[in-house]
Write a protein that binds this ligand. Structure first.
Ligand code: KG4
Ligand code: ZN
Length: 359
């Protein structure tokens, strides 16, 4: 049974064909980084316009690479939220039109559930299915959430960020220091060149739910550190480097990043990782989790992956391969598969919801 997945919740236009919930026959992602990079973040109006441009060719490409026609499909899965509403609407409207024209059933998917299914898909494909109950840590530019995942895919929210998402903190620190957007991948590459213990940031203490996160204090602490270290000249140099070449190499970045700043980046990244794993370990313990699923763009972070291997976690931590960690449509098609089996379809009234909750 083949499902066409469509994802346009933020700044990637993506389409994929997945067979039986496990075999990725195609996965096409058109990134808008070039468009948003120069503004230091996603510009919603531009994102919608780019999605409009890309949605038809990206979907055609996904079908053609999978050697699949619309008539071969058992369902069309589409992200219905959470995300930017103008972006969501493009994918959703297109998916509805395809479903209406072909009679293929429509399945609306929660983007966060998609991220969780990136791991479910790869584990099932590799013959080592996820064991439940699982704890899912979803960390991206828009989300930092902890969910209990039970057999049959029911979810319970255990904790979430009260302010910035982890990826957002990476992006804001990257922008502040002149590394452009998105900051996460650059900080990841530079962090191994710094001393992660050089700057001591205090860890966030949460009143109320101890499993909630907060990254705004850390972001402010980085800002204060920058203000007290007179970095204007080096930040200006990095902005010039970015203007001259939109994708500087690691060597280019290292050449314009003195040791003190490398230390700051390493210390910032270590603190984010500690915040994430500390709460993931505590929640996994509290629900007796048999697997820890880590997914979303920040799951690409090599420091996080290494720390999760070394940390004394109560259960094994599973990450998706990098291509399935950031936004893609294969995860959306995979998340729809259990719903197809139960014939749980949506109709053409399915709305796009910016704040759609998973649990
Ligand atoms: O899942 P995603 O593609 O989109 C959202 O749903 O938000 O995640 C994008 C986020 C950005 O904030 C980006 O900086 C972050 O993931 N990211 C990383 C890395 N790669 C992407 N953060 C840290 N280290 C990375 N290697
Ligand atoms: Zn995402």
């Amino acid at each position: 049974m083949r499902i066409l997945g469509i994802e346009t919740s933020c700044d990637e236009t993506a389409a994929a064909v997945v067979e039986d919930g496990v075999a990725i026959l195609s996965s096409v992602v058109a990134s808008q980084l070039e468009t948003h990079g120069r503004y230091g973040g996603v510009v919603p109006e531009l994102a919608s316009r780019e999605h409009l441009r890309a949605i038809v060719p990206v979907t055609r490409e996904a079908l053609s690479r999978a050697r699949t026609t619309l008539a071969d499909l058992s369902a069309i899965a589409v992200t219905a939220g959470p995300g930017l509403v103008g972006s969501l609407l493009v994918g959703l409207t297109y998916a509805k039109a395809l479903s209406f024209a072909t009679g293929v059933p429509l399945i609306g998917v929660n983007h966060i559930e998609g991220h969780i299914h990136a791991v479910v898909l790869e584990c099932a494909r590799d013959g080592r299915p996820v064991e439940y109950p699982a704890l899912a840590l979803v960390v991206s530019g828009g989300h930092t959430h902890l969910f209990e995942v039970r057999e049959g895919f029911s979810y319970r929210l255990l904790g979430k960020t009260r302010d910035d998402a982890a990826g957002e903190a990476f992006d804001k620190v990257g922008k502040l220091l002149g590394f452009g957007y998105p900051g996460g991948p650059v900080i990841d590459r530079l962090a191994p060149y710094g001393n992660p213990r050089a700057v001591r940031f205090t860890l966030a203490r949460m009143k109320g739910n101890a499993l909630d996160f907060s990254f705004s204090g850390l972001k402010t602490a980085v800002l204060r550190w920058v203000e007290s270290h007179d970095l204007a000249a080096e930040i200006g140099t990095r902005r010039d480097v970015l203007r001259a070449a939109p994708h500087p190499s690691l060597e280019q970045w290292l050449a314009v990043t003195p040791q003190t700043t490398r230390d700051l980046l390493a210390s910032f990244q270590r603190t984010v990782i500690e915040e994430l794993l500390r709460r993931a370990a505590a929640s996994a313990e509290s629900i007796g989790a048999r697997t820890l699923i880590v997914s979303g763009g920040v799951a690409c972070n090599s420091g996080l992956r290494a720390a999760a291997r070394d940390a004394r976690l109560p259960c094994p931590a599973l990450f998706p391969s990098p291509g399935l960690s950031t936004d893609n449509a294969a995860m959306i098609a995979a998340a729809a598969f259990p719903r197809l089996a139960r014939k749980q379809f949506d109709d053409l009234t399915l709305p796009a919801r910016a704040n759609l909750a998973l649990a």
